[in-house]
Design a binder for this molecule. Structure first.
Ligand SMILES: C[S@@+](CC[C@H](N)C(=O)[O-])C[C@H]1O[C@@H](n2cnc3c(N)ncnc32)[C@H](O)[C@@H]1O
Ligand SMILES: [Zn+2]
Length: 483
C-alpha cells in the first residue's frame, strides 16, 4: 500500500536540506558525498554570485559564517538528548572545550547527519568533507551516529598547489574527508582505487602491498592510500564556475568510483555549485542535490551543458533568472523542486504535513518540561522504578519505559513511552533496561518501596490521545494509584 520507492532521482532541491532529508524514504540512498559549510566565520564571495558559509536563511547578504547557541532549535537538542545520549555528550563536551558556537554548528550538522544515516541503504556509505576548524568534533559526532566500527578512512585531501603564507605555523593545506559505511555490507571498489607508480618509489613497483615481493607490479597502478594529492582548481580551468567553495571534480569522482556503482543514487545535501552531481552524472550514477542557494540550478545547468569560459561570462546575468533556467533545463533529464519530497515508506509520515523543525508529529512537539509536568500532575511525585515519593519534583527525571522502541521515527520519545525516575533508578536503568526490568531488579535488591503505584503494562499501551482525554475528564485527579 505504501510504495517504498520514491521517484526523486536526478533532482535538484532548492531548500533547506533538513526538510528534504526528512522527506526521503529510509534505506534508499547508495552514497552521500558532501561538503557542508565549515564554521569558518568567513564570508565567501565569488564572481558568479556568492554564498555565505552559514546555515541561516537569507543567504543573500554578507552574513558571517557563524553559528550561535541561541539559534539551536530546542527540539533538536531534546531529540538528540533523548534518542542519542552519546551524541548529546559529544555536543556538551564540544561546548565546554571549543565553545558554544562550534557546539551550535555541531547541532546543525548532527540533526542532518541523523537523517542521512536513516536514508542510507545498509550497503550505503558517506563521505563528509571538513577542514581543521571542527573536524575533531565532527569525527566524534559521526562515531556516535554511525558507530565507531563503521569508520573506514580519514582521507586527507592535500592541495599541494596552494602557497603557504603563514609565518606563525605551517601552511594548512589539507582538508579531511571522513568516510563511514552504514554497515559491513557496504561495497568498496578497492581494485579501481589505483594511481601511477611514482618514480621515486621504484622499489614499490615490485608489489601492491609495500615490501611484499609475493605480488608482482600491477599494470593498473599501485593501490591508493588515504592521502590524496589533488590540486585545487585554478582560475583558468574549464571546470571553474566562479563559486568560491567549488571542489575539484577529480576529488569527487574518486569518491564516487570508490563507493558506488553505475545506476546507484548519489546524494549531496550541500551541493553548492554541483561538483558531486556532475561527477555522479559523468560516471553514470543517478544524483540528488540539495542547496538553499538560488544559484545552484544555474551551476548545474551550465555544467551539464559543458559551456566554455566565454559563454559562462555571457550567461552570468541569468544566474537566478527562473524563466531562462526553466528553458535551459529542458534538454536534460533533471527535475527542479522547491517543495520537499513526501515519504512514502511510512504510513504515519506519508500524509503528514511536515513542519520545518526536526520533530515529526504534533504530540512529539511537547517539550521535555511539558511532559515532565504532565506526568507529575497526573501521577504525583513518585518514582516509577521504586515507588519513592519525591519531596520535590526536581528529584524525578524523565526517562523511557522501553529504551529501544521506535528508534527510527522517534516514537520512543512519545509521552506514552515516558517514565519518571529518581536519580538512583535512572542510573541503574541507564538505557539498557525496560521499566519493568528495573522494577524487578529493585524488588530483588530490596529497594522497592511499599505499594504498587501502577499497572505498568497498562501504562505502556497508552496513547497520547487517551491521556489527553483522561486529563480533560479529570484534571489533576488522575493518579497512578487509581488505575
Ligand atoms: C562548502 S559549499 C559546497 C560546495 C560544493 N562541494 C561544490 O564543489 O560546489 C556548502 C554549501 O552548503 C549550502 N548550505 C548551507 N546550509 C545549508 C542548508 N541548511 N540546506 C541546504 N544547503 C545549505 C551552502 O549554500 C553552500 O552552497
Ligand atoms: Zn526510584
Amino acid at each position: 500500500m505504501f510504495p517504498i520507492t520514491q521517484d526523486i532521482a536526478n533532482t535538484l532541491y532548492e531548500l533547506d536540506n533538513l526538510e528534504v532529508l526528512r522527506g526521503i524514504n529510509s534505506n534508499s540512498i547508495d552514497l552521500i558525498a558532501t561538503d557542508p559549510p565549515f564554521n569558518t566565520k568567513r564570508n565567501r564571495s565569488g564572481t558568479a554570485g556568492f554564498y555565505v558559509d552559514s546555515w541561516k536563511w537569507g543567504n543573500i547578504g554578507l552574513l558571517p559564517d557563524q553559528w550561535q547557541w541561541n539559534e539551536v532549535h530546542p527540539k533538536w537538542l531534546e531529540t538528540i538528548q533523548d534518542g542519542h545520549p552519546e551524541l548529546f555528550q559529544v555536543i556538551e563536551s564540544t561546548k565546554f572545550v571549543q565553545g558554544e558556537d562550534t557546539a551550535a554548528f555541531l547541532c546543525f550538522l548532527s540533526v542532518r547527519l541523523l537523517e542521512m544515516h536513516r536514508i542510507l541503504k545498509d550497503t550505503g556509505s558517506i563521505y563528509l568533507h571538513c577542514d581543521h576548524t571542527a573536524n575533531a568534533y565532527i569525527r566524534m559526532a559521526i562515531d556516535a551516529i554511525f558507530g565507531k566500527d563503521n569508520f573506514r578512512n580519514e582521507i586527507i585531501w592535500h592541495y599541494y598547489n596552494v602557497a603557504s603564507t603563514s609565518r606563525k605555523f605551517l601552511g594548512r593545506k589539507h582538508d579531511t574527508i571522513f568516510f563511514y559505511a552504514k554497515s559491513k555490507a557496504a561495497p568498496f571498489n578497492w581494485d579501481d582505487m589505483r594511481e601511477p607508480y611514482s618514480p621515486e618509489s621504484n622499489w614499490v613497483k615490485a608489489s601492491d602491498s609495500y615490501g611484499d615481493p609475493r605480488y608482482g607490479p600491477n599494470e593498473k597502478g599501485k593501490l591508493m592510500h588515504d592521502v590524496w594529492r589533488i590540486p585545487t582548481i585554478n582560475n583558468m580551468a574549464k571546470e571553474r564556475t566562479g563559486s568560491p567553495d567549488q571542489k575539484p571534480l577529480k576529488l569527487y569522482k574518486r569518491i564516487i568510483k570508490a563507493s558506488s556503482n553505475p545506476g546507484d543514487i548519489v546524494l549531496d545535501p550541500f551541493c553548492g555549485c554541483a561538483t558531486t552531481l556532475i561527477a555522479a552524472k559523468k560516471l553514470n550514477r543517478r544524483w540528488i542535490g540539495i542547496d538553499r542557494r538560488s544559484d545552484a540550478r544555474y551551476h548545474i545547468i551550465t555544467r551539464l551543458a559543458d559551456i566554455s569560459k566565454a559563454e559562462r561570462k555571457r550567461f552570468e546575468k541569468y544566474t537566478t533568472d527562473k524563466a531562462w533556467l526553466d528553458k535551459q533545463m529542458q534538454p536534460y533529464e533533471m527535475h527542479y523542486r522547491t517543495e520537499p519530497p513526501v515519504r512514502t515508506d511510512n504510513p504515519t509520515l506519508a500524509a503528514a504535513n511536515l513542519p520545518s523543525v526536526f520533530l515529526i508529529t504534533e504530540e512529539f512537539q511537547m517539550t521535555r518540561a511539558e511532559i515532565h509536568k504532565t506526568l507529575i500532575n497526573q501521577f504525583g511525585p513518585y518514582c516509577w522504578g521504586c515507588n519513592f515519593k519525591a519531596p520535590d519534583p526536581r528529584y524525578l527525571e524523565l526517562d523511557h519505559i522501553n529504551p529501544k522502541s521506535g528508534t527510527d521515527d522517534h516514537g520512543q520519545h512519545h509521552i506514552n513511552n515516558r517514565a519518571l525516575l529518581c536519580k538512583p533508578c535512572n542510573l541503574e536503568k541507564s538505557n539498557r533496561m525496560t521499566l519493568l526490568e528495573l522494577r524487578r531488579v529493585n524488588k530483588r535488591k530490596g529497594y522497592m518501596k511499599d505499594g504498587v503505584l501502577a499497572d505498568l503494562s497498562e501504562v505502556s499501551k497508552w496513547t497520547w490521545q487517551y491521556l489527553v482525554k483522561r486529563i480533560q475528564e479529570a484534571p489533576h485527579q488522575y493518579s497512578l494509584n487509581g488505575i
